[in-house]
Design a protein around this ligand. Sequence first.
Ligand SMILES: O=C(O)CCC(=O)C(=O)O
Ligand SMILES: [Fe+2]
Length: 351
Amino acid sequence: MSALPSVRHYCCACFYTDNIFISEYQVHVRFTDTRQFTQDYNRALHDKGCRTSEQFAYVLEKVQKEVQRRMKLGEESVQRRTEISLRYKPLYPALYVLQESFLAEEFLRAVRFCESPHTGLDGLLKHLHSIPEKRIYQLPVFVPEFCRDLVEELENFERSDLPKGRPNTMNNHGVLLNELGFDDTFINPLRDKYLQPLASLLYPDWGGYCLDSHKAFIVKYAVHEDVDLSCHYDNAEVTLNICLGKEFTEGNLYFSDMKEVPLNERQYTDVEHTIGHGILHRGQHVHGALPIESGERWNLVIWMRASQVRNKQCPMCNNKPQLVETVGEGDGFTYDQAGDKVDTVNVCVLN
Ligand SMILES: O=C(O)CCC(=O)C(=O)O
Ligand SMILES: [Fe+2]
């Protein structure tokens, strides 16, 4: 019997150096070594209020810790996933397997239209609420009962003593859905069967027809926890952000422009959340979330990746990716032995 080929996972080397968020000064920085960091950021951080050498040393330590955390991320995630699968008792096991009954009728109709012989962008737009100039689209995705049950499931998990990986450095609350066991039976079929047909028409220039991996997570905002999210772009070609509830006021998403547009030329548009509705946007569209004023907001975010697109240019550093093999899922790059080779690099050389 021949062994199954093992799937290898990669991220770009920039993951270990770039886009490190310092919440105290609301900036993303790059770190390769202390000298480079001091040279590049001493002045800029000073202007943002980082005045004393103690403050600078604190930031430096924080950045170095973040780099170390990223180095261990894949391994720790695999360990958490194993422990969760052995010890966690789901409240609603049926939620982990995608059923059409979870999906809103309008969503199913839009997807069916994409697969019909009369398909086309103009026809699809009749099924969506759009901000055409920003290529942002909104539609009901989940029925409200599903949203309610999913939030209860997530709260049940939060109450458990199991280890929790957080979505990214900007969200301190929330859950990584692959660690909970949602990927194979829920997010993969949702992406392949339903989201890809929509994205093929809406974002063909962003690999919408060949989305082959994702990172799916929950973000949670509450008054005494995280209330908002700073301006950023996603490590994704196409993002779907679905509001699950619970009850909250304010907390709109805001979108400016694609990341190449200079800061002073960016125009902002707010988009309101509605429970069960999803917002589709390009990952490289700069966006953030305004503060909630009361209640709790839980959203399911799916960063969808197209290896065909990102293998040419990493969306985080804009360069041809320098692949680093990772334990765990990686960031959706593939190493194409036959065709267009991408560079690989050993992560140890970055230390
Ligand atoms: O707060 C939200 O719903 C937006 C989350 C988001 O943009 C992200 O996690 O990438
Ligand atoms: Fe985002």
